[in-house]
Design a protein around this ligand. Structure first.
Ligand code: 3PY
Ligand code: MG
Length: 264
């Protein structure tokens, strides 16, 4: 059975860099899996990506030598079971604001005796180049669990959340977090409420042996966040890269428009 190299890197305290896949298109997933990111997160929270698209893209990403992750639409057992059973190597769960919500994620993502994930399916094992018995024996150790910290309530409860056994990383969503602070949603803010919240997450993650992570807009921001101690770092999305490069090229010719702006 293949091993989850992202989990290993994070455990060793190293940074692991990836991006978001917001398009359902399998060609795009296939090509992005060859760029050299450690992981690609199939985005199901804010896109029309279906379970079927996601399953195809998990297979293409794994075949391209990259770790397939997914952001589920919401923190439910059904969402988590279906993406893991169709081949994701890890989950990113939005808006986890309390210890109880964090515990629910771990229960849904782990088989007995840790959790209550139901046994079934075949594609999960194929994506790890394993047979089902090997998958069932090792999945609890191989599946990556990333909880999103993106609300002031999560910052308040950060110690409780990070202390839940089974969590690999806590990942800051700066847009939702700044929105919950009453600001316009942004990736970066000099506001002390925001910078202090990030420091609290870094401190709590370090204390509990969980990898801290954050979503950023570009590579220079990723460099800064890695130097600050963040490990699980997402740089924009495939659409972000596409639009940025296209605009840069047109702007250099004195052309282009601002009619579309990618966030992630
Ligand atoms: C946010 O910034 O709110 C996010 O969810 C980023 O992934
Ligand atoms: Mg968010």
């Amino acid at each position: 059975m293949k091993s989850n190299t992202v989990k290993e890197k994070l455990k060793r305290g190293e940074p692991s860099v990836g991006t978001w896949l917001t398009l359902s298109d399998p060609m795009s997933a296939r090509l992005m899996a060859r760029v050299g990111f450690d992981w690609l997160t199939v985005e199901m929270e804010h896109t029309p990506v279906t379970f079927e698209h996601a399953a195809t893209n998990f297979a293409l990403i794994a075949a391209g030598g990259t770790v397939p992750l997914v952001r589920v639409p919401w923190n439910t057992g059904e969402n988590i079971k279906r993406v893991l059973d169709t081949g994701a190597w890890g989950i990113v769960v939005p808006m986890v604001n309390s210890r109880a919500e964090a515990e629910a994620v771990v229960r849904a993502a782990k088989y007995h005796p840790i959790g209550n994930r139901s046994v079934g399916g075949t594609v999960h094992a194929a994506n790890f180049d394993a047979d089902p018995p090997a998958y069932y024996a090792n999945a609890n150790d191989q599946i990556l669990i990333v909880l999103m910290i993106e609300h002031v309530d999560a910052i308040r409860n950060i110690d409780d959340i990070c202390s839940v056994p089974g969590i690999d990383a806590v990942f800051i969503g700066p847009n939702d977090l700044t929105k919950s602070m009453g600001m316009a949603p942004v990736f970066e803010s000099p506001d002390s409420e925001f910078t202090e919240a990030l420091d609290r997450v870094l401190k709590a993650a370090r204390k509990h042996g969980v990898a801290p992570g954050i979503h950023v807009a570009d590579a220079p921001a990723a460099r800064r966040r890695i130097d600050q101690g963040f490990q699980f770092v997402a740089i924009t999305s495939e659409v972000g890269f596409l639009l940025t490069k296209a605009k840069e090229s047109l702007n250099s010719l004195g052309l282009g428009s601002d009619r579309v702006v990618a966030r992630y």
